[in-house]
Design a protein around this ligand. Structure first.
Ligand SMILES: *[C@@H]1O[C@H](CO)[C@@H](O)[C@H](O)[C@H]1NC(C)=O
Ligand SMILES: *[C@@H]1O[C@H](CO)[C@@H](O)[C@H](O)[C@H]1NC(C)=O
Ligand SMILES: *[C@@H]1O[C@H](CO)[C@@H](O)[C@H](O)[C@H]1NC(C)=O
Length: 530
């Protein structure tokens, strides 16, 4: 199975588009898992008056064979209101945002496949009760893990909580810190540091400090964390705490609109750019072949696609067309690192890993082996790595680079059927590269890059520093994580490894640590490699 793809880099969505259909009458395994968490307004109290639900299910919340829910006993069943009935068991549940969300998503993206809702919200809970290690936290992680057991990918967490943190001033003041930590922990423990999160800014509260909590929610700037504002949606008397059924319908659609920002929109394809098209074809061919290999070849469990041009192919140690043959320790052979050779067979990877791909040039050291070795060094249980070299050291048309690059990513994602696959790309290094003559095309390309990068202080505000958790090994350049076409996440970081670090081993503690370092040292200070 292809678990990860690396396009110039790295990725993190399990390859699992095939729904597993159970022989018996069991519903299929949904391919798009959505976690619902928070308190009463996520669980749903629409239509509940005096502890009794009126049973009214509006058209937007009707069952749909392509919408399932994970029941309390961890089996899939067709979803219907109230979604949280066997989860938030001590309360009367009514209509929440989940069904409206799912129906609206499918109406706009009919080809998305089956949606699996994982209800985890419990009424009346404060943020402290969701801390890592608590019952609620563990239940969320366990249910999320159970949800993907048969395949499928977690696409997003929908989070609506905070009403209970508006009673005590201190709770409202520490809400932002607590929410950030909660999200970091959940993403780390689900192994998906960039997992999309859509949270709801409160419409109501149990106490007077609603605005402080709302400001915290609206002010959280983390990659792939979005916030929709429920303020103004109608709440039910007499307590004015819970959204009405109609408000929940609306909220579900607002959440869906935010979710669409994480999905790609198809672009018109302009076939005039032959180089790009050829590249995509080569890539897809290699991928297609990489999958069903002969039974006797070792099949790596984690695949990375290496694409780009000469600096990805690797020219380290190449002088005047001759490679010096020096292989540094980090680039040495490793029993768990393989490469897909030009004959489409797996073999132990060794430098130069593009030797039979980028055949018209002399290949030397590229980033691939050091990347793979470091991943395995940090996470010995990672499994085997398969590198799929696809790079050819030719120039693309620099003038249209930005447009073409975007289209390339969009097309690759579409054709791989992995619309959210993270892409980390390395820009051209700044002028410092001595061996590089700065020609017109290069400058143009750098300009395209600059346009896509946030000014540093803005990036900082947006909380992008969590990507710096792997900064210890940082030494140059920037990494951009393209989370989706519309939502390009820019990350000042260093190299592939750090891009991958952001995906694989960002521990919350390190992130917090890193933030301190960032705040004091400023983003431009790079740590020395160890
Ligand atoms: C799980 O719970 C559902 C009801 O939510 C029930 O229909 C189903 O039979 C249960 N399955 C098992 C294996 O207990
Ligand atoms: C429901 O109430 C019982 C009894 O107070 C308690 O043990 C249980 O943890 C509660 N369940 C939830 C989900 O709050
Ligand atoms: C959160 O709620 C629990 C249970 O109601 C309570 O024991 C705890 O004191 C609350 N924590 C905060 C910080 O308000």
């Amino acid at each position: 199975m292809i678990e990860f793809l690396l396009l110039l880099l790295a990725i993190g969505i399990p390859w699992s588009s095939n729904a597993q259909v159970n022989e018996i009458n069991n519903p299929p395994q949904p391919s798009n898992i959505i976690i619902l968490a928070g308190q009463s307004n996520m669980a749903g109290r629409g239509g509940v008056v005096d502890g009794v639900w009126d049973g009214i299910v509006p058209p937007e919340c009707q069952p749909n064979p392509s919408i399932l829910r994970l029941s309390a006993n961890l089996t899939w069943e067709e979803a219907k209101e109230p979604l949280h009935k066997d989860i938030d068991v001590n309360k009367t549940n009514g209509v929440g945002p989940g069904m409206s969300f799912a129906n609206y998503v499918l109406s706009r993206y009919p080809g998305l496949g089956c949606i699996g809702l994982v209800p985890c919200a419990i009424g009346g809970t404060n943020i402290s009760q969701w801390e890592r290690g608590t019952f609620l936290y563990n239940q969320l992680i366990n249910r999320a893990n159970a949800a993907v057991k048969g395949g499928g990918s977690i696409r997003a967490i929908l989070w609506y909580q905070g009403e209970s943190d508006t009673i005590v001033y201190e709770d409202s003041i520490s809400y932002k810190k607590n929410l950030k930590r909660f999200l970091s922990h959940v993403r780390a423990d689900l192994g998906s540091p960039l997992l999309p999160v859509i949270q709801v800014a409160l419409a109501s509260g149990e106490g007077p400090f609603i605005d402080i909590v709302r400001q915290a929610q609206l002010g959280i700037k983390r990659p792939n964390v979005r916030c929709v504002d429920a303020k103004g949606l109608k709440v039910q008397p007499p307590d004015d705490l819970h959204l009405t059924t109609q408000s929940q319908v609306k909220l579900g659609q607002m959440l869906a609109d935010a979710f669409f920002q994480f999905l790609p929109h198809p672009l018109p394809i302009d076939i005039s750019n032959n180089i790009l098209m050829a590249l995509i074809e080569v890539l897809l061919l290699l991928l297609a072949m990489a999958n069903p290999l002969q039974a006797n070849a070792p099949q790596p469990s984690n695949m990375f696609i290496l694409a780009g041009q000469s600096n990805m192919a690797g020219r380290g140690g190449v002088l005047q067309g001759v490679w010096d043959g020096i292989v540094p320790p980090k680039c040495q052979l490793h029993p768990s690192i393989f490469r897909l050779n030009a004959k489409l067979a797996w073999e132990p990877a060794k430098e130069p890993i593009h030797k039979d791909i980028d055949v018209t040039k002399t290949n030397g050291i590229g980033p691939g082996m050091a990347f793979a070795n470091t991943v395995l060094h940090r996470d010995p249980g990672f499994g085997t790595i398969g590198l799929v070299p696809c790079t050819v050291g030719d120039e693309m048309d620099a003038k249209s680079y930005k447009t073409n690059l975007k289209r390339f990513f969009t097309d690759v994602r579409k054709d791989l059927r992995l619309p959210l696959i993270p892409i980390i790309q390395l820009p051209k290094k700044p002028a410092a590269q001595a061996s590089e003559t700065i020609t017109g095309p290069v400058q143009l390309r750098k300009k395209a890059w600059k346009q896509k990068q946030l000014p540093v202080d803005q990036a900082q505000q947006q909380g992008l520093k969590q990507h710096h958790c792997a900064r210890k090994t940082v030494d140059h350049a920037s990494v951009e994580v393209v989370a989706s076409r519309q939502d390009t996440q820019r990350v000042h970081s260093s190299d592939l490894l750090n891009g991958w670090g952001a995906h694989s081993d960002c521990k919350a503690a390190e992130i917090d640590q890193e933030q301190k370092g960032w705040n004091h040292a400023g983003p431009e200070k790079t740590s020395q490699p160890k």
